[in-house]
Write a protein that binds this ligand. Sequence first.
Ligand SMILES: N[C@@H](CCC(=O)N[C@@H](CS)C(=O)NCC(=O)O)C(=O)O
Length: 221
Amino acid sequence: MAKFVLVIANKAYSSWSMRGWLALKATGAPFDEVVIPLDRPETRERILRYSPAAKVPVLVDGDVSIWESLAIGEYLAERFPAAHLWPEDAKARALARAVSAEMHAGFMSLRRAMPMNCRVSYPPRPIKDPELAADIARIEALWADCRARFGAGGPYLFGRYSLADAMFAPVVTRFTTYQVPVGAGTAAYMKAIHAHPHVAEWLAEARAETERIEKYEAPPP
Ligand SMILES: N[C@@H](CCC(=O)N[C@@H](CS)C(=O)NCC(=O)O)C(=O)O
């Protein structure tokens, strides 16, 4: 089997890269990383060498390239059934896929107002935008729902760590970066995500990056 290659962007800023990377790490398979920094004149052209969609992450498995974080997760779940990337119970698995797809397609206000910079922490500010408040409330509610229904076996959304946690890990780091006020259940889940060794490894590598991109370094006004 050819070694996987995962094409990603800056660990501090690229939330989708983090999702793909966490999914691949969860398989235990060895892989090489290609890091293409965002926002450089050559960024698009470099990503296009791996994916026609010109976005990262891209998983390269021999002669096939897979882009879109969810498709990468699904591919890896099929390739590594023993890694149990999705919950084993069919109903839990369906809910895990539903919330992952909801993340993949939604929460635009959160993504706009709170861009990822997992190296920093800003002073808390009142959340005045009702759409942003609604995104945050929905995320807290869906995390609580998954935990209440399927979380008994561990500290993650479906008890055991799964792709659903990989999809939401960059939301956890955003909540930390922007010091979003959250309930006790959310805080406990966030603590578990930060303590996960793969998340901790990503965050340590993000902190070690030297590149600073101005537009990601200041919180939006
Ligand atoms: N829906 C895509 C989103 C990928 C995406 O937007 N990636 C950003 C980085 S976080 C990107 O590649 N941007 C390229 C650029 O800005 O040139 C996925 O799930 O993988």
